[in-house]
Design a binder for this molecule. Structure first.
Ligand code: AMP
Length: 205
């Protein structure tokens, strides 16, 4: 069974996917992380899309996703964070495995932009902090878990890339929510992290 977390950039879907996957003992797959960690022949090509805020080609992400979903931890169920991003990806996913609940975490574009500017990440454990909203690191610029310096993603600080990512979200990703509307559960992403987790858990059952 696959559960989808869909939302604009910085909606908190990654943070929530991590929390819920841990609580429910599910695998968490973030396709953005899969792409950022990819090595080998596609590295340069992937970077050329990510830095401009464009989607990487469907075939490429699908290949990486299938490889990841074949790993044993995915047998107990998966939370997908960042996939699908367009209707074609949604159709391809349904060929692999049944999609269950779809959580739409919604925020305004203004909130997305404000949060993106404040987002700092840890390269080692993957946690995302936010110095504008929350969670803030205990020590400025350092990861609470790993004590190493945090970094900002290039595509989070480039205004053109941010606009591009948000426009792709509205034009290509939101149609998925329309198509599968009977399975979509709407969650207000402008609340605290704890309240969003509570709302998701209530609906997840
Ligand atoms: P994210 O970490 O979800 O913000 O994704 C960062 C970037 O990775 C996106 O802007 C895309 O360039 C790429 N990406 C992530 N997931 C996908 C996907 N499902 N399909 C195509 N590109 C993706």
């Amino acid at each position: 069974m696959i559960i989808l977390f869909i939302g604009a950039q910085a909606s908190g879907k990654g943070t929530q996917a991590k929390i819920i996957a841990k609580k429910k003992a599910l695998a968490h797959i973030c396709t953005g992380d899969l792409l950022r960690a990819a090595t080998g022949e596609f590295r340069k090509e992937i970077d050329s899309y990510i830095t401009k805020g464009k989607l990487v080609p469907d075939e490429l992400i699908l290949k990486l996703l299938k490889e990841r979903m074949n790993q044993p931890d995915c047998k107990k169920g998966v939370i997908l964070d960042g996939y699908p991003r367009n209707l074609r990806q949604a159709e391809e996913l349904e060929k692999i495995e049944k999609v269950g609940k779809i959580f739409e975490i919604y925020i305004s574009d203004e909130t997305a932009k404000r949060r993106l500017m404040g987002r700092w990440n840890c390269k080692k454990c993957g946690i995302a902090y936010n110095i504008v909203t929350a969670p803030k690191p205990k020590k400025d610029g350092l990861c609470d878990n790993c004590s190493i310096p945090l970094y900002q993603r290039d595509d989070d600080t480039n205004e053109e890339a941010i606009e591009k990512r948000l426009s792709i979200y509205h034009e290509e990703t939101e149609p998925i929510l329309k198509k599968f509307k009977e399975r979509v559960i709407k969650i207000n992403g402008e609340q605290t992290i704890e309240k969003i987790t509570e709302d998701i858990l209530k609906k997840l059952g």
